[in-house]
Design a protein around this ligand. Sequence first.
Ligand code: GAL
Length: 384
Amino acid sequence: MKFQITAMAVLAGFVFSLNAADSFKPYVKKPDNNGVHLNAHGAGVMHHDGKYYLYGEHKIAGRAGNKAHVGVHCYSSEDLYNWKDEGIALKVVEKEGHDIEKGCIIERPKVIYNEMNDNFVMWFHLELKGQGYSAARTGLAVSDNPTGEFEYIRSFRPNAGQWPIHFPKKWQKPISEKKFNKLKEESDWDYWLTLLEKGIVLRRDFKEGQMSRDMTVFVDDNGKAYHIHSSEDNSTLHISELTDDYQDFTGRYTRARPGGYNEAPALCKYEGSYYLIASGCSGWAPNTARSFRASNIMGEWKALGNPCKGKNPHNDIGSIKTFGGQSTYILPVEGKRNAFIAMFDVWRPSNQIDSRYMWLPAKIKDNEIVVEWQTEWDLSYFEE
Ligand code: GAL
């Protein structure tokens, strides 16, 4: 019996190595070491001790998959092509009223390694069960191991009682929800947009903390970490500095592209400049990606336009709708210069477990980030 099991395991390993992937095929189903399509949506990747760790939303079949029923799934890889299932890194909780109760919404989890505490810090977008997308919180979990299990710590709206840097003194006046609603009702769209740019939502949320929906985290060369999220009713991105243990906000933050309606932020750095890719706000439906550059992460962020080039032959969708997808992360390839993988999700809200991934090569050319469609590619792309 024991011999049979060992023989089977050896055979399975052999079959797997015969099937080992040596290229990326964006949009095509992506099997893990068990042959199961990766279940890590809205993902982020961390490189640690020679391995890449992928974390993403675990989805279930059908419409129910739009809520969190399982948690955050983790995979590991040494070559970026082949991924080993490492199980659920953060589990939803079966207790009624718990922040991460089964049936809540957990999106876009991102993990970073904290050197000071030698631990792993996960941030994610959290919506409380039964409240749609109104909670707009960021959630925190930590673990001593990259694969977890992560311990849930807390969730909140960040930067309560703090004005962002570069926010003019004359605008620094909190406004009540009642006054906010009245103003909104009375304004036409153009006027409302000027109020948005001047921080009307920021002022409404000043006391209770700023909204935090689509998000990512970024660790700079000097070890400082930043939490980047859609705030102010999704109209404005906030870039916030994290404390040295990466488990809290320092209160220093900036508004990037006020009134720009940017979501799905993904960030990288090359030769001292920061590059940001984002989407517009159209829910699960694709729209045109946009990119920005800054020489200081706290801004100014200059608009660069659509970073995508080419067409996805699987769905016939070109760069105008991001090949059918939405950005989630930009991964620097270890050991290579000017080599990034721009990661996108192709959402299927009626059956998210079948949502696809598009991992495409990204390079900085003439101070712009360029993401070129490739039907099949490998890391030698970066040697050209
Ligand atoms: C998208 C967002 C997704 C998810 C979705 C819900 O705009 O990027 O992460 O929140 O909306 O409709």
